[in-house]
Design a protein around this ligand. Structure first.
Ligand SMILES: [Ca+2]
Length: 753
């Protein structure tokens, strides 16, 4: 039993009588925190059951991205941290006006549930506080309204057992300068632990006009109130100022395409007009941007969590948690989004937006252990109340194609003395036009003169969830059954500018069920099955009526095998087969050409296979391997031509490998080096609607490399590092309208305090 904190030791002590009484491995782990893991292989998880449980005992696929892996891959942002996972693909870009974190496609379905320490909702991930990431594949009834493909649970850093810390300095290509500090302080006879993290980062970026500065401060703490209770907290704030380069920097183009092969371009095939078939852009230079010195994106993000835990007695633990998130986003950009096939022209859109989002979540869990005959139960009863508010600070725009808006642009040119580009032609781009040297409009001028395009003031979503999960151990712990039930009640309403209600108020509720089973065939191999249904309200509204669409319903099944410590502990992993069906899916894509929303309502199905391996073939050689095959398609729709449309983000084949080797003796003792490869085979759809079906990524291969060398300088432990991200300089669409970063060499040096 590895215990890395006073808190864990205390809890272990509190639960020791139980462990002794039941002599059961499943109960001897620290129940509320996951074990610190060496290397890339994790053995236990807190996701799935809400309690720290060996991975082999959880009847669902859970992939753990360990802190050692995150350290080595030196991946600074949350999106890229998931690159080496199976069946997961980023679906939205960053740097736009999204107040909420990126969404991903997991097993072919868009995931809206990102969790921090098991609590859903939330506008902001303090990515600097991420200790490890657990990706729970498939549906479950534990975490609020669940997406059937799975969810991402981020486990945050907690105070370390010993005082001390580490400072790190990084510098690299594209003007990358970064300083980080991570310090743990212990006080009050070790009852209080505080961990403080700071992170300052500057990046010049790689587009012709680019750059970002971010400042982060975070603190997590735990305090032992009594022998049987403790208080935990996490508070953090993040500020980002950047050029919104991912906002229509690369964009799209139309190409005349004879889709039905009849020799002309006059037809409409599966809703696509042949004369205006839309694709990812292929002709603009990679560093091209339509942003100007007048454009910006400012983001402020705050997160707070407060937790209280009471071991009422040896078989009963109460947990309460409060979470607060707030994100404030302001963006001012100029976009030329889509070049027309007919004349190669793209129209300017001068736009500014402000938005704010706030979530408050209260969670109360009671964990009860009891026996009925031979069966041992771990019962988790919970109630969660979440309140989300989105404030629309307004979107104002001026477009060159609208006569009235063009007239305003004329006036503003006269007033401001700026020349405001109205159109951009493909020929100009090819001739090397430096459009980033243009001027754009300031936020104040756009707000005062532009056309306000949305009339929403704010929208609210209240979710009440009651859930129960019983983890039952049978047959001398060879079999465990997971039974879950959850009732969700969701209320949504929207207020228009001026305070009047907009659209109807939604109040929907539904109960979902989960059945899971794991049978341990022998100490190293187990077989599992997981069946669950799920319910999810549609947050999209019908633009004609303002009403919310009726909820989405899904059914999912997975079967698989897990293996732990095969070949004397050298191989662990899992294989899973899954099938997910979802009805009433609203596909809603904003169309930047028509400035309307393309929409379709479909029934979708995704099935596939997923393989995850963690291996140590010889001492000091650590590797991970993941493969997923997904066939995700529309299987039913009002319009039959939608059938067969591939699901957004569903990557047909994805194979990843990452490894590291540590030299254990000789003059280079301690040197660790390695890297990884990600191979994705498309087509990967970037949109959900048929009109954009040709906007797809064909596939890509990227290679990352790293090395670390620890040494002693003046009696101080110092580690030098280098990372080469995207060493082969691959260029590909990471998600809708967002492209990969080029090769980046980054050096780091860190020292223990
Ligand atoms: Ca044709």
């Amino acid at each position: 039993m590895k215990k890395s904190g006073k808190l864990r030791a205390l809890l272990a002590l509190a639960l020791a009588p139980l462990a002794t009484a039941q002599d059961d491995e499943a109960f001897t782990l620290s129940p509320f925190t996951v074990e610190a893991t060496q290397g890339y292989t994790a053995t236990s998880t807190i996701s799935g059951t809400g309690l720290n449980t060996p991975l082999a005992n959880v009847p669902m696929s859970i992939n753990v991205i360990t802190s050692d892996f995150l350290d080595d891959s030196n991946i600074g942002d949350f999106e890229r941290a998931l690159d080496y996972n199976s069946s997961i693909t980023q679906t939205t870009r960053q740097g736009g006006n999204n107040a909420r974190p990126s969404t991903f496609s997991i097993r072919g379905f868009r995931n809206r549930n990102n969790l921090i320490d098991g609590v859903s909702a939330g506008t902001f991930f303090p990515s600097q506080m991420i200790d490890r990431i657990e990706v729970v594949k498939g549906p479950n009834t534990l975490y609020g309204q669940s997406d059937p493909g799975g969810l991402i649970n981020v486990i945050t850093k907690t105070p370390q057992a010993q005082e001390g810390g580490r400072v790190t300095f990084k510098a690299g290509e594209h003007g990358w300068i970064q300083g980080q500090a991570d310090v743990t302080v212990r006080a009050m006879d070790d009852k209080l632990g505080l961990r403080i993290l700071t992170d300052y980062k500057e990046l010049d970026g790689w587009y012709a006009l680019d750059g970002s500065t971010s400042k982060f401060l975070g603190m997590s703490g735990d305090y032992d109130l009594t022998e049987n209770s403790d208080f935990t907290f996490l508070v953090s704030g993040n500020e980002i100022q950047q050029i919104p380069t991912q906002r229509s920097t690369f964009g799209f183009e139309e190409r005349m395409t004879d889709l039905n092969g009849d020799g002309d371009f006059d037809d409409t095939v599966r809703q696509i007009k042949e004369a205006r078939a839309r694709y990812n852009n292929s002709f603009v230079p990679k560093n091209f941007t339509t942003m100007t010195q007048d454009n910006f994106h400012n983001l402020e993000q705050d997160y707070l969590s407060l937790g209280y835990r009471l071991n009422a007695n040896e078989n009963n633990t109460l947990q309460y948690k409060y979470n607060f998130y707030e994100t404030d986003s302001e963006v001012n950009f100029r976009a030329f989004n889509t070049f027309r096939a007919s004349d190669g022209r793209s129209d300017a859109n001068y736009s500014t937006q402000r938005s704010r989002a706030r979530d408050e979540v209260h969670t109360l869990n009671d964990i009860i252990r009891f026996n009925t005959g031979e069966a041992k139960h771990q019962l988790l009863l919970g109630y969660r109340k979440s309140e989300s508010t989105s404030y629309s600070g307004g979107t104002w725009r001026l477009r060159a194609t609208r006569a009235n808006e063009a007239a305003i642009l004329d006036d503003l040119e006269a007033q401001t003395g700026k020349t405001l580009r109205r159109f951009l032609f493909k020929d100009e781009v090819l001739a090397g036009a430096r459009v980033w040297e243009d001027r754009s409009l300031s936020q104040a001028v756009l707000r005062a003169n532009g056309i306000r395009t949305n009339n929403i003031d704010r929208s609210f979503q209240d979710v009440d969830t009651i859930y129960a999960t019983d983890n039952i151990y049978l047959m001398e712990d060879r079999l465990n059954i997971l039974l879950g039930v959850r009732n969700v009640d969701i209320q949504q309403h929207t207020i228009a500018l001026g305070g009047a209600p907009r659209g109807s108020t939604v109040d929907v509720s539904d109960t979902s069920f989960q059945f899971g089973a794991v049978y341990r065939i022998n100490p190293t191999v187990s077989a599992f099955v997981n069946i669950a249904d799920a319910f999810e309200p549609n947050t999209a509204t019908n633009p004609d009526t303002g009403d919310f669409f009726t909820p989405q319903m899904s059914d999912a099944i997975e079967v698989g095998v897990k293996f732990v410590d095969l070949y004397d502990g050298r191989l662990s992993g899992s294989v899973a087969l899954f099938n997910i069906q979802k009805a009433n899916v609203v596909r809603n894509d904003f169309n930047p050409v028509t400035f309307t929303t393309d929409q379709a309502i479909t029934s979708d199905e995704s099935e596939g296979i997923e393989l995850e391996l963690f291996a140590n073939p010889i001492d000091n050689w650590d590797m991970t391997f993941a493969y997923s095959l997904i066939d995700g398609r529309v299987v039913g729709a009002i319009s039959p031509e939608l059938e067969g449309l591939r699901l957004e983000g569903a990557t047909p084949h994805r194979l990843t490998f990452f490894n590291s080797y540590t030299i254990s003796e000789g003059s280079m003792e301690g040197l660790r080096f390695g890297g990884g490869i990600v191979w994705a085979k498309g087509p990967i759809q970037q949109f959900g609607t048929p009109k954009n079906a040709l906007v797809a990524e064909d596939g890509y291969t990227t290679v990352d490399l790293f090395a670390r060398y620890p040494t002693e300088i003046g009696g101080r432990q110092v580690t030098f590092g280098v990372n080469i991200d995207n060493a082969n300089n691959a260029f590909f669409a990471r998600s809708r309208g967002a492209f990969s970063s080029p090769r980046t060499v980054l050096f780091s040096v860190s020292t223990d305090l």
